[in-house]
Design a protein around this ligand. Structure first.
Ligand code: PMP
Length: 402
């Protein structure tokens, strides 16, 4: 019998939406989950995505057969080019193997299981503190234990670079290091280019650690696909090995289509072939093969020059709206003379602002102002609009003053 089964807690992020949906107050605002909303507060389907879907629909030669275990070959090739650059030497040397997976989460999970079986060493992955909460579940379930490295400094609300370097130096050689490619979630704090270079040296030259990049926000952070891929490319172009998970949830707005890719950049074409054969053995018993629709959309957009250009414009539009929300919120707090330094609202990058508000303050804001956000003080800037900024600013002001 199953009578002993305990009620599980809600997911800390998705549970916010559950609570939000239950609130009858019409003024409620959901700043919990990291999903883009328009100025009107509505989910956005990109125009290029609609166009690609129409093309797919019109193509009567398409069918619903199974994809291969590793997905759509063109999708894999184009995804690697998108993040590594079309002139990437590792791609030319056939040292990159890319497999279509179930968005970012599925890519991380497949990567974890592969590493647990095939990567020597201690089966430990270092993740930043804090990090996206799911990392702490994905890797242990995939067979790799997590340890944390210092990342966010609450005093400066910036990067604890010294702490991070010290912790990486203390890691056992051969450990894996998870790095957010850009727009670190939840803090919005990224290393500078100079700091990335220092991190790269410790990982490559001092310790021989394996970097595992999680790229969930390419193009979404700065508005430029190349800028947001800069750090990943530094590590790939030094000739060393890299694991890399990509998600199209945010940058193409394909959240529910579950489109992503796992790439392994290895030391030779023969190694890449063998790694691919083993990745298939991870995927086949897990879900057999990935779904078609989302990856077909992405393939069309990445392969067609006009659609690609249109996508870049729409992507920049989303990034710019988020950046403008940062300015509006900052100005609104300034106007209210809210105590404290709020520069980090402008300085942090990507979808989230890590406000520095504590659990009590967040609970107060939810209760009194119907603002829903994670208890660590993270707000999704993508869920804000010009209409809701004053309400959020009032809430923050009141939470800080009281
Ligand atoms: N990594 C990070 C850092 C993320 O923020 C997210 C999305 N919240 C993901 C991975 C994966 O999301 P998805 O599985 O929807 O692609």
């Amino acid at each position: 019998s199953f009578a002993h089964v305990q009620q599980a807690p809600e997911d800390p992020i998705l549970g916010i939406t559950v609570a939000y949906n239950k609130d009858p107050n019409p003024a409620k605002v959901n700043l919990g989950v990291g999903a883009y909303r328009t100025e009107e507060g509505k989910p956005l389907v990109l125009n290029v995505v609609r166009k690609a879907e129409q093309k797919l629909l019109a193509d009567k030669s398409r069918n619903k057969e199974y994809l291969g275990i590793t997905g759509i070959p063109d999708f894999n090739k184009l995804s690697a080019q998108l993040i590594l650059g079309s002139d990437c030497l590792a791609i030319a040397e056939k040292r990159v193997v890319t497999v279509q997976c179930l968005s970012g989460t599925g890519s991380l999970r497949v990567g974890a299981e592969f590493l647990a079986t095939h990567y020597g060493g201690e089966k430990i992955i270092y993740v930043p503190s804090p990090t996206w909460g799911n990392h702490l579940k994905i890797f242990p379930l995939g067979g790799i234990q997590t340890r944390t490295y210092r990342y966010f400094d609450p005093k400066t609300k910036g990067l604890d670079y010294e702490g991070m370097i010290e912790d990486l130096r203390a890691a056992p050689s051969g450990a894996v290091v998870l790095l957010h490619a850009c727009a670190h979630n939840p803090t919005g704090v990224d290393p500078t280019q100079e700091q990335w270079e220092g991190i790269r040296r410790v990982i490559r030259e001092e310790k021989h650690l394996l970097p595992f990049f999680d790229s969930a926000y390419q193009g979404f952070a700065s508005g430029s696909l190349d800028t947001d891929a800069w750090a990943v490319r530094q590590f790939v172009n030094d000739g060393g090995e890299v694991f890399l998970a990509q998600s199209y949830a945010k940058n193409m707005g394909l959240y529910g289509e579950r489109v992503g890719a796992l790439s392994a950049i290895v030391k030779g074409a023969d190694v890449a072939t063998r790694v691919e054969s083993q990745l298939k053995l991870v995927i086949r018993p897990m879900y057999s093969s990935p779904p078609t629709h989302g990856a077909a959309i992405v393939s069309l957009i990445l392969a067609d020059k006009d659609l690609y250009e249109e996508w870049k414009v729409e992507l920049k539009g989303m990034a710019d709206r988020i950046i403008s929300m940062r300015h509006q919120l900052f100005d609104a707090l300034k106007e209210r003379k809210t105590p404290g330094n709020w520069d980090h609202i402008l300085n942090q990058i990507g979808m989230f602002t890590f406000t520095g508000l504590n659990k009590q303050q967040v609970e107060y804001m939810t209760k009194e102002y119907h603002i829903y956000m994670t208890l660590d003080g993270r707000i999704s800037m993508a869920g804000l609009s010009s209409r809701t900024v004053p309400q959020l600013a009032d809430a923050i002001h009141s939470a800080v003053v009281n």
